[in-house]
Structure formats: C-alpha cells, structure tokens
Design a protein around this ligand. Structure first.
Ligand code: NAG
Ligand code: NAG
Length: 378
C-alpha cells in the first residue's frame, strides 16, 4: 500500500513537473511588457540595461513606451495593458522558454508601424538547424484601423528549451524609428488530421494560431508560408499578401469558432495540396460569408481545383452571414491543388482604411461516389 502511494506521488511529481514546465498556450511570461525597467535603467524611454525588462533580454535601441506617449504629433497607443516596447535600429528582444521538443508551435504578437515606411521584423527561434526557422514579416500594409495588427508565425521546436527572438533589422536615420511590439504569445499546434468525411486537413480552420483575447483585429497569417511550418496547420498562404484568422469572440464565423478572412484580394491565395486519383470526380464544398466587420458590398470569392474554377458572389451587409457553394471537378493529377482567393480588394465602410474580404470556412473535399452514398443515406 505504502509503495503504491509513493509510486503515485512520484508519478504525479513527474507529470506535474512536465506539464508545469512545458509551455502550451498563452502569453509568454511578461509577454505584454506590463513589468518594466527600473527608472535607473532607463534614459527617457530608452532602456539602458540588457536585462532591465523582466523575463526578456534586449539588444540594440529598445524603448519602453507607455500608452499615450507622444512622439511629434503622433500619440502612441498600446492594445493590451499600458506598456509596449519599441524596437529601433537593429534592436531585438529575446526570451528562453521550455517547450515540447519535436512539436510545432505558433507565435502570435501585436505590432504597430511608427515612422519608418518599410518596417519588417525578423522572428526566429534557436537552436535551429533548418534554414527557414526564421521569418521576415513585412509590416508595410496596414490592415486594421488603430495601426496595430497581430501576426502569427509557425515553427518546429527542435529542443526542449528554445530562445524566441524578435529583431528589427532596419537602420533608419532616426534610431528610435521602428515598430512597437506588444502581447507575445505561443500556442502548441496539434498536427493536422484528415477527417473521415473530408480529404482536406483542418478544413474548418479550428486549429490555428493563438488569438489574443483583448485584440479585436484578428491574426494576420503572413504570405509565403511553407506547408510544414504553417501557423494554420494544413494550409499554405501563397503569393504576396497575408490572410486574416478570425475568431467567433470578435467576428461572425460561419461554422465553429474560427475561420479565415481573405483580406489580400487576388494577391493572397489560401491553398492546400491533396492526393487525388486521376480521372475521379470530386466535390469541393465551402461556406462564404462576411465577418461582421463592416465589410459591405459584393464580396467575390474564387475557388480552384484541378482544371475547374467557380466564382461565388456573396452580398454582404457587413453584419455577418454566409452562403454555401460547391465546385465539382475531375482530378487531372495525382496531387490536386485546392486554392481560394478574393476577387477584389475591399475596405470596411467605417472609413478606417482597413482591408477586408470574404470569410471562408467549413471547406470539405470528398469524392463524388461518396457524395452519392451520403445523399442516398440522407
Ligand atoms: C533572421 O534572423 C536569423 C536568426 O538570427 C538569421 O539567421 C537570419 O539570417 C535573419 N534573416 C535576415 C534576412 O536577416
Ligand atoms: C488540366 O491541367 C493540367 C495541368 O494543371 C494540364 O496539363 C492539362 O492540359 C489540363 N487539361 C485540360 C483538359 O484543360
């Protein structure tokens, strides 16, 4: 009896220590920068010591900014809490964190462009042996009205302790120019699985990056994301512009809790490649709607598969809602690329200049034989 108790206690200690020490989901420690440097470690807004910001290590020109701070005629606001950091010339912030080795993670953070025109951030993890374990995220296009956007980036954890780094590689005349950063969060992604009745992985987009609970601007998934490092498991973002990951807490979503808003017009394609049998007929079905974000008018969505395409027009009043569409096609290759994009660039009707577009959700691909069986059963 005693031995069993000891064993149980021991097992429990192991299970506790492993779950407690491995990061799965949420803001990184001091990820919203609410704990700041001591006054003695600052000169104005400039942080003067490498370890002054609790939990973080900094290099280069890093400023600690309080919401409401004035820069020239610009008032800097902060999306979560009262503080953020600004990465000036060649500045970076780093944090070490324990993760589950061999698993995929998605990093989410908020950033706002300030004075430089073409701001970019290099997000990376170490150790890494893969050449693409860093990502250069462009911030030149503003998608949301208040200037702050959230970005996601996916990576494979190659060790049980990794260092996450966000670096501004820019060199401006004014060293204080550079993006503001806030709310850095991490999420363990479960590997995408195919459902019984769907040849696509993660067709309902329920698995994806961490959505910051206090930000209502969605999460941008940057372009040119490779398949196996996608923060949106199963899917790739091809071409030039980002797509936006939206959640039902802040937006209208056709099915479940998550969906994708195609905000980049024809310049961003959401794709997935599936194995198909040449000559066989398949049916691609999906929901198209609006995110209840004042994106009004006729939203056009185009779907491609095999040699077939369909254009869907969805009349949006900007108040949420969706329609369903189908594309029937014959596979011409053993691997078929399924692709979606928005026909037009659209802006929200609130004069904020925010880009918006059709929302896509509940994407299913089944072979036609199966469609007939399913219809017969129904
Ligand atoms: C981004 O950062 C990583 C890690 O420091 C570095 O290896 C890579 O060269 C950087 N990329 C660019 C384009 O500067
Ligand atoms: C279908 O597409 C393939 C390549 O994507 C092309 O080689 C082929 O000629 C096309 N077939 C038809 C009938 O359009």
């Amino acid at each position: 009896m005693y031995r069993v108790a000891v064993l149980l206690a021991l097992l429990c200690a192991i299970c506790h220590s492993s779950t407690a020490s491995t990061f799965t989901n949420g803001l990184l420690p001091n990820g919203d920068f609410e704990y700041g440097p001591k006054p003695s470690e600052m000169k104005g807004t400039l942080v003067t010591s490498k370890t002054a910001i609790p939990k973080w290590e900094i290099t280069g020109y890093v400023e600690y900014i309080k919401s409401g701070h004035k820069q020239g005629d610009m008032l800097l606001i902060v999306p979560a809490g009262a503080f953020a950091v600004r990465l000036g010339n060649e500045a970076s912030i780093k944090q070490k964190i324990k993760v589950a080795k061999g698993q995929f993670y998605s990093l989410t953070f908020s950033a706002a462009r300030t004075c430089a025109q073409e701001e970019r951030l290099n997000v990376s993890v170490s150790p890494n042996s893969e050449p693409n374990d860093w990502g250069m995220l462009p911030m030149q296009t503003m998608y949301s009205s208040n200037g702050w956007d959230s970005y996601a980036w996916g990576f494979l954890a190659e060790a049980s302790e990794i260092e996450i780094s966000v670096h501004n590689p820019g060199v401006e005349e004014d060293p204080a120019c550079g993006p503001l950063i806030d709310s850095i969060a991490l999420k363990l992604l479960s590997p995408p699985k195919r459902g019984n009745d769907n040849l696509l992985k993660n067709g309902n987009f329920e698995e994806g990056p961490y959505v910051l609970p206090k930000t209502s601007s969605g999460v941008l998934i940057p372009p040119k994301i490779e398949d196996d490092h996608s923060p949106l498991p199963g899917w790739m973002i091809e071409s030039l512009k980002a797509v936006k990951y939206v959640d039902s807490d802040h937006f209208a979503v056709p099915v479940g809790k998550r969906a994708v808003e195609l905000v980049g017009g024809k310049e961003s394609a959401l794709t997935q490649v599936v194995r198909t049998i040449i000559g066989k007929t398949y049916v691609l079905s999906f929901a198209v709607g609006d995110a209840k974000n004042a994106c009004e008018g006729s939203l056009g969505l185009e779907a491609f598969a095999g040699n077939s395409t369909v254009k869907v027009a969805y009349k949006s009043t900007g108040k949420g809602g969706f329609t369903r569409a189908k594309l029937r096609f014959k596979a011409t290759q053993a691997r078929t690329r399924v692709m979606f994009f928005s026909t037009f660039y659209t802006m929200t009707s609130d004069h904020s200049g925010s880009l918006c577009g059709p929302v896509i959700d509940d994407v299913r691909l089944i072979s036609e034989r199966l469609t007939k069986v399913v219809n017969a059963i129904n």
